[in-house]
Design a protein around this ligand. Structure first.
Ligand SMILES: *Cc1c(COP(=O)(O)O)cnc(C)c1O
Length: 517
C-alpha cells in the first residue's frame, strides 16, 4: 500500500510554499476528509447564497461578452486552492448561469431539483461507484435494480420486466430502438429461413413515430444504420396526438410495400405540446401487426406518480418505455431509464469482456449491470431517485407534478380569454405554445419577428426565459411549466411583458400603432 501523508506530518519546503497545491493533498482519502468536507461546504455555500440572491432566471448576458472572460482563464496556472477557484467560478459560471429553480424560468423541460436528490448527487460522485459491474458498485447494483423494478411496477409490467438507468431520454430511445431493430432482424431471418446479411435487411426497416415525436428517434435511426429516412412521420390530429387511422394506414402501406416496421414510437408527452398519443389504440395496432411498441415517456413519466395516472393507460402494453426522471421527477441531470416488458430483450445489448464480465464465469452468477446497458462505466444516478423516494415518497413527487399541470390549465384559460394571444392546444401536461397575435393587420412574418424579439428582450431586459418553436411554419413562444413555485402572477406578468415588447417591435418596424385594447 502506498504511503498516505497524514495531516499532522510536516510539509516539505516545496509544499509549504504553496500548501494547497500538493497534488496528493487533492485526492479524497482517509487523510483528506476534513479538506473534502470544507471544500464541499464552501462550494455548496456559494450555490446556496447565489440561489437565495438570484433575482432573475438569467442575467441576459450575450455569448460575445461571456466567451472572452472564460477564454482569459489561464489553465496552465492553477490557483492552488478551492477557495480561489470558487471565487473565480462565481465570475465565469455562477453569476451568469441559467437558474431553473427561478419561478420565471419557463422555457425548456428543465425542472427545479429536490434537495434529497442533490444530496444523492454529492454522495454518488464522492463514493464514485461505477454501475457496470458488481465488483465496482456493491450495493449500488441492487439499489438500481430495486428502482427499475419499482418503475416497472408503476408502469404495470409484471415480473418479467427489467431495464437500466441511462444518461437521458436520447440514450433510452436509442437502446429501445436498438433492441427493436435486432429483434426485427432476428424475426426476418427466421421467417425467410435464409442466412440474410444485415445489408439485405436494414434498407427494409422502418420506424413509425408521430410528426410531433422527438428528434432523438430520427437520430437513433441514423445511428442504428437505418438512415433517418427510415422514420415514417405519422400524422397528428389537431391536438398534436398521433392519429390512429393514419398509423393504421402507414402500417398497411409498409406491409404491402414489403417494408418491416421495427417499432411504433408513441410519445407520452411531446416535447412541444405535452400531448399524449392514444396509447390504447396504438397498442391495439401494434398487437394486430406484431410490431414492437415503444413509449417515449421522457416527459410524461411524472404521470406514473400523479393523480392523472389514467392518462398513461395502456403503457403497460408497451414492449419498451423511456422515462426521464430528470424531467418530471425533479431530479438533477442525468437520471433516465429504459424499461422492457420482457427482460430477454436486453440480450441484444449483452457483450462480454474477459476482464469485466466473462461469458463463462467460473463463479456463481454475478449481477453485472453492464450486461443490460450500452454504456460501460456508468454513474450511480439511481441513488438520487432512491433518496428522493426515501425522503418524500412517490406521492410527494406526484403532488409537485400535479401542481404544474393544474397551473398550465389555468394559464390556458387565461390565454384563451386574452385577445392579445392565440394558443395552439389545451395542455394535457404542463406546456403551452402560444403567440402574440395583434389584430391590426401586421403580416404573419412581422408577427413572427415580433414574437422572437419579445423572447430576446424578455431574457436580456427582464431575466425571464421562455422557449420558442415553429408550428405550421410560424414562430410561436412556449412555456414549459415545471416549477410549482411559478405563480399565476409570474405568468401573467411575463405575458404582459411579451405583449409590450412585441407591440413595441411592431410599432418601430411598421410605424403602425398597436390596436387599442
Ligand atoms: C427530452 C426528451 C427526449 C430526450 O431526452 P434527453 O434526456 O434530453 O436526452 C426524448 N423524448 C422526449 C419526448 C423528450 O421530451
Amino acid at each position: 500500500m502506498s504511503h498516505v501523508p497524514q495531516p499532522s506530518e510536516p510539509l516539505s519546503p516545496a509544499d509549504a510554499a504553496s500548501p494547497g497545491a500538493h497534488p496528493r493533498s487533492q485526492l479524497l482519502n482517509q487523510a483528506t476528509t476534513e479538506s473534502y468536507r470544507s471544500a464541499v461546504v464552501d462550494g455548496v455555500g456559494r450555490v446556496a447564497d447565489r440561489i437565495r440572491r438570484v433575482e432573475r432566471a438569467f442575467s441576459g448576458i450575450q455569448p460575445g461578452e461571456l466567451e472572452p472572460e472564460i477564454a482569459a482563464v489561464d489553465l496552465e496556472r492553477p490557483l492552488g486552492d478551492a477557495t480561489a477557484a470558487l471565487d473565480e467560478l462565481e465570475e465565469v459560471y455562477l453569476r451568469d448561469a441559467v437558474y431553473f429553480h427561478h419561478p420565471r424560468y419557463l422555457a425548456h423541460l428543465n425542472c427545479p431539483v429536490v434537495i434529497p436528490a442533490v444530496v444523492g448527487e454529492a454522495v454518488l460522485s464522492a463514493v464514485n461507484s461505477s454501475l457496470d459491474t458488481w465488483d465496482q458498485s456493491g450495493g449500488g447494483t441492487f439499489i438500481e435494480r430495486r428502482l427499475i423494478a419499482w418503475t416497472a411496477g408503476r408502469i404495470g409490467f409484471d415480473g418479467r420486466a427489467d431495464g437500466i438507468f441511462t444518461s437521458g431520454g436520447t440514450q433510452s430511445n436509442l437502446q429501445a430502438l436498438q433492441m427493436a431493430r435486432d429483434e426485427a432482424c432476428h424475426r426476418v431471418r427466421e421467417e425467410s429461413g435464409a442466412p440474410l446479411r444485415n445489408a439485405e435487411i436494414l434498407p427494409r426497416l422502418r420506424i413509425l413515430a408521430s410528426e410531433c415525436g422527438h428528434f432523438s428517434i430520427a437520430k437513433s435511426a441514423a445511428l442504428l444504420g437505418l438512415g433517418q429516412e427510415a422514420v415514417i412521420a405519422v400524422e397528428c390530429d389537431v391536438d398534436m396526438r398521433m392519429n390512429p387511422k393514419a398509423l393504421a394506414a402507414e402500417l398497411a402501406r409498409c406491409d404491402s410495400a414489403g417494408l418491416v416496421p421495427i417499432a411504433v414510437v408513441a410519445t407520452a408527452g411531446t416535447t412541444d405540446f405535452g400531448s399524449i398519443d392514444p396509447l390504447p389504440a396504438v397498442a391495439d395496432l401494434c398487437e394486430r401487426w406484431g410490431v414492437w411498441m415503444h413509449v417515449d415517456a421522457a416527459y410524461g413519466c411524472g404521470l406514473l406518480v400523479s393523480r392523472d395516472r389514467g392518462l398513461l393507460d395502456a403503457i403497460e402494453r408497451a414492449d419498451s418505455v423511456t422515462v426521464d426522471f430528470h424531467k418530471s421527477f425533479f431530479q438533477p441531470v442525468s437520471s433516465s431509464a429504459v424499461l422492457v416488458r420482457d427482460r430477454a430483450m436486453l440480450r441484444h445489448v449483452t457483450f462480454h469482456a474477459d476482464y469485466l464480465n466473462p461469458a463463462h464465469s467460473t463463479e456463481r452468477s454475478i449481477p453485472n449491470q453492464v450486461d443490460k446497458s450500452i454504456q460501460t462505466t456508468r454513474r450511480f444516478d439511481a441513488l438520487k431517485l432512491w433518496l428522493t423516494l426515501r425522503v418524500m415518497g412517490a406521492e410527494g413527487i406526484g403532488e409537485l407534478f400535479d401542481e404544474v399541470i393544474s397551473r398550465a390549465d389555468e394559464v390556458w384559460h387565461a390565454l384563451t380569454a386574452d385577445r392579445r394571444f392565440t394558443v395552439v392546444t389545451r395542455p394535457q401536461l404542463s406546456t403551452l405554445v402560444f403567440r402574440y397575435e395583434p389584430r391590426n393587420g401586421a403580416s404573419a412574418a412581422e408577427v413572427d419577428r415580433a414574437n422572437l424579439y419579445a423572447r430576446d428582450l424578455l431574457s436580456t431586459e427582464a431575466g425571464a426565459v421562455v422557449a420558442a418553436t415553429v408550428v405550421r411554419g410560424r414562430h410561436y413562444l412556449k412555456f414549459t411549466l415545471l416549477n410549482p413555485e411559478t405563480s399565476m402572477s409570474d405568468v401573467l406578468h411575463v405575458l404582459d411583458l411579451i405583449a409590450e415588447y412585441a407591440e413595441k417591435y411592431l410599432a418601430d418596424a411598421t410605424g403602425r400603432q398597436p390596436a387599442p385594447w
